[in-house]
Write a protein that binds this ligand. Structure first.
Ligand code: 5RP
Ligand code: MG
Length: 220
């Protein structure tokens, strides 16, 4: 298995806070995420600023787009995002429209589907057929607050999506202590958000995530 990437979600409510946070550990991570919350708070200015700060990192704009795929993709990719997200409930034509915009750019930009709520394996097969092979398996923040834990149905779905050929990212209130739960799966990327941003020492926590990722997946 290859070693999962580490992404940090900047779900700050101001760009000032996001910058103060990422400056501590940006050099330790693989993907910088403009979180949905930051995007709502600061818009594409956040995407452009983080692109300028980290020209060589993968930059992901987590807008969870639901419609108007071409326009949203022109905006997100035009602001410097390498990857943007679409919500799984979106019409497949929205996802395809995003993907087409990204394919025309140099370098090519990509679309990732955020799995929330109801979706089917038939839909997943149609996303693959459309050339979309990145998914985020998400425990929602609100479900987590209501007591949702990672359980067997989650792992079965993650395993099946990996087997189908998706690059699967995992997220949703993940701590480094949770990562071993996913050890049997070829996870593409791990997202840390609050657990890294709100740590007493965010740089040490980002490094601890990387160390734990390598401990779990590095020896396989
Ligand atoms: C929520 C998100 C978050 O960016 C993601 O869940 C990571 O943040 P955290 O680890 O704090 O849950 O997309 O919708
Ligand atoms: Mg996010």
């Amino acid at each position: 298995m290859s070693i999962p990437l580490l992404q940090v979600a900047l779900d700050n409510t101001s760009l000032e806070d996001a910058i103060a946070s990422i400056e501590q550990y940006g050099h330790l991570i693989d993907i910088v995420e403009v979180g949905t919350i930051l995007h709502v708070a600061e818009g594409l200015h956040a995407t452009k600023t983080l692109r300028a700060m980290y020209p060589d990192k993968i930059l992901l704009d987590d807008i969870k787009g639901a419609d108007a795929g071409k326009t949203l993709a022109e905006l997100c990719f035009g602001a410097g995002a390498d990857i943007m997200t679409a919500i799984c409930a979106a019409d497949i034509n929205t996802m395809i429209a995003m993907k087409k915009v990204g394919e025309k750019m140099t370098p090519v930009r990509d679309v990732q589907i955020e799995l929330y709520g109801d979706w089917t394996y038939e839909q997943a097969a149609s996303w693959l057929a459309a050339g979309i092979d990145q998914l985020v398996y998400h425990r929602s923040r609100d479900a987590e607050l209501a007591g949702k834990t990672w359980d067997t149905p989650d792992f079965e779905k993650i395993g099946k999506l990996c087997e189908m050929g998706f690059k699967v990212t995992i997220t949703g209130g993940l701590n480094k202590e949770d990562l071993h739960l996913f050890k049997d799966y070829p996870i593409h990327c791990v997202i840390g958000g609050r657990s890294i941003r709100n740590a007493a020492n965010p740089a040490a926590e980002a490094q601890a995530f990387q160390t734990e990722i390598r401990r779990i997946w590095g020896a396989k």
